[in-house]
Design a protein around this ligand. Structure first.
Ligand code: PEP
Length: 272
């Protein structure tokens, strides 16, 4: 049985002093959630404040980081190593996010190295894969996903695969407001599982968690979460805005976390 995982990628937002008010509001709205794993992924600078705030959280919330360097230490000015993250109680780390691939030139090879480094340090990689719009239009979705997965997981020791979560994030859906349909996402997730099966065997494919990311919205959250191969969500923009849209984003996370309680009627009350 795969435990659902909902991760909030705050991207380059929320200063360290905005973390505690955000968490307090989130907990007031969401209450106790234990059946779903929740991960907050702040900027590096907000990690210590969030780690401290989470110590008293009644709902277990895991800490994540948005990136990690592929070397464990050394002369890499401006970078952060896996051991530094571990020392701050970080458990998960996003690797290969499309914004890193697009704006910082991260290649599949680099992503593969980061996965291994993270695993060696005891971190749980959230490995992002996904096609661009032109790749989808050219019917190259499977080719792209297979390449990203084979390179991203190419050096992953089989015994460590259970620590990896895959995030299917079609690039055309990230930050665009255009969510993949449940059918499109399910098709991609099933394909991802088939690639994992051919590389690591059917048991590994059955147990690995694959979450969907890309403009997750309440209107479609339940449909996405109820698909056979979708094990949660990676939520970006909608997990933000602690002031104006605070209730909305918190409610979305709650709905993702507890899909059974999501209804079309209350979806209309949630504005993102
Ligand atoms: C993301 O950044 O991983 C993401 C899914 O962003 P958004 O929800 O804003 O599309």
């Amino acid at each position: 049985m795969r435990r659902k995982i909902v991760a909030a990628n705050w991207k380059m937002n929320l200063t360290h002093d905005e973390v505690k008010p955000y968490l307090d509001s989130f907990l007031t709205e969401v209450g106790e959630v234990t059946d779903v794993q929740i991960v907050f992924i702040p900027s590096y600078t907000s990690i210590p404040a969030l780690a401290m705030a989470l110590e008293k959280s009644p709902t277990p919330i895991e800490l994540g980081a948005q990136n990690v360097h592929w070397q464990s230490s050394g002369a890499f000015t401006g970078e952060v190593g896996a051991a530094m993250l571990r020392a701050l109680q970080v458990k998960y780390v996003v690797i290969g996010h499309s914004e890193r691939r697009q704006w910082f030139g991260e290649t599949d090879e680099l992503v593969g190295k980061k996965v291994v480094t993270a695993l060696h340090a005891g971190l749980y990689p959230l490995l992002c894969v996904g096609e661009s719009l032109s790749e989808r239009e050219e019917n190259r979705v499977e080719e792209v996903l297979e390449r990203q997965l084979r390179k991203g997981l190419g050096d992953c020791p089989p015994q460590d695969l259970s620590s990896v979560v895959i995030a299917y994030e079609p690039v055309w859906a990230i930050g665009t407001g255009r969510t993949a349909t449940a059918a499109q996402a399910q098709e991609a997730h099933a394909f991802i599982r088939s690639v994992v099966a051919s590389a690591f065997g059917p048991a590994a494919a059955k147990s690995i968690r694959v979450q969907y990311g890309g403009s997750v919205k309440p209107e479609i959250a339940q449909a996405l979460m109820s698909q056979n191969d979708i094990d949660g969500a990676l939520v970006g923009g909608a997990s933000l805005d602690p002031v104006a849209s605070r209730k909305s984003s918190e409610t979305l996370l709650k709905r993702c976390a507890q899909p059974a309680r999501f209804t079309e009627a209350n979806a209309t009350k949630i504005k993102l």
